[in-house]
Ligand binder design. Sequence first.
Ligand SMILES: *Cc1c(COP(=O)(O)O)cnc(C)c1O
Ligand code: SF4
Length: 334
Amino acid sequence: MMNSLTFVQNLPQTPWQTELQHAVRDPATLLKQLDLPTSLLTTVYNPARFALRVPRGYVARMRKADPNDPLLRQVLPLVTEQDKVAGFTLDPVGDQQSEKVTGLLHKYQGRVLLITTGACAVHCRYCFRQHFAYADAHPLREPAVWEYLQAHTDIKEVILSGGDPLTLTDKRLAEFVQRLASVSHIQRLRIHSRLPIVLPERITDDLLTLLTTSRLQSLLVVHTNHPNELDLHVIDALHRLNRAGVTLLNQTVLLKGVNDTAETLVQLSEQLFHAKVMPYYLNVLDRAQGTAHFEISLETAQGLLESLRCQLSGYLVPKLVREVAGAPYKVPVY
Ligand SMILES: *Cc1c(COP(=O)(O)O)cnc(C)c1O
Ligand code: SF4
C-alpha cells in the first residue's frame, strides 16, 4: 500500500509540492469537476487503501462529461476492482522473490532497482505495486543495501523506483546521486517516474542540475498511456530534460478502454517523439488483483503491435513485453 505524503507537510513548499498536496482524493469531487452525474457514484467507490489520488493538472486534461475519458479511466476506482478474478494475484511479477535485501530488487543482470519511496503523485488503478507494503525507507542508508551495491561489481546501472522517486525532495535525490556516484562500477542512474507526465511542475531547474552534474549518465523512463496526457506543459518539461542531456524513454501499459486501439498507440508514439521521448516498452498488463477489467487478450495485443509496425517508423514501435516471474528479462511478445 502506498504511503501518504506526510513528509512534505512540515517543509517549506515549492509549487510542485503544493500541487502534490492538493491532488484530488475523493471520487465525488472528481465527478463534479468533470460535470459528470453523481449517479455514476453507484459504479465508483472510495477505497480505504490505495485511495483515489490525481493531480489537478491531470484532471484538467480530461474531457468534461465523458465517463469513458481515457485519463479518467486510469484513476477512477470502480466497484468492479473488488471482484476476485482467478489468476489475478497480489504479486504477479514475483518481485518479492527478487528482493535481495530490503528495498533492493535484483532481477536482471547488470542492473538493480531500488524502492526509494512508497508514495506516488497519482494512483493508477491498474498498478501491480498497489498491493505492496513499502516502508518509506532510504535504501542507501541501509548498510545492507550499500554493501550489496559495493560487493556486486557487475552492477552498472541503478534504477530509482518506488512508488515514484520524483516525489522525493531534491535534497533526498541529491543524496542518492552522490552516494551512487561514489561507487566506481556504477555508470548509469535510471529513474522510473510518472511525475513528468502527471505533475510536470516537478521538472525544476534544480532537478535538471542534480540529474546532469554527477559523473553518472542519466536516463529517465516516463510512463505515458495516452496521447491526451501530453499537453503543452508536459511537452515543455520533457524538452527541458532533453536539452539538459537526460536520455528519455517511455513505457506504456496496454489497457482496455484506455489505449487498446492502433490509432491511439500510433498517435502516442508520434507525440512522444515530438516531446523528444523514445517509445521503449509496451507492457502487457500484470495480473494484479483488482485489475482484470483492464486486461486485453494476448492475440489482441499482438494484432495491435502488427498495426503499429505497418504504420510507424521502426524506431517508433515499442517492444511489446510481458513480465514472467523468474524470467531473466522482460519477455517479448511477438
Ligand atoms: C523492469 C525492471 C528492470 C529494468 O528492466 P529493463 O529491461 O532493463 O528495462 C530492472 N529491475 C526490475 C526489478 C524490473 O522490474
Ligand atoms: S503505475 Fe507508477 S505512478 Fe501509477 S501507481 Fe503505480 S507506481 Fe505509482
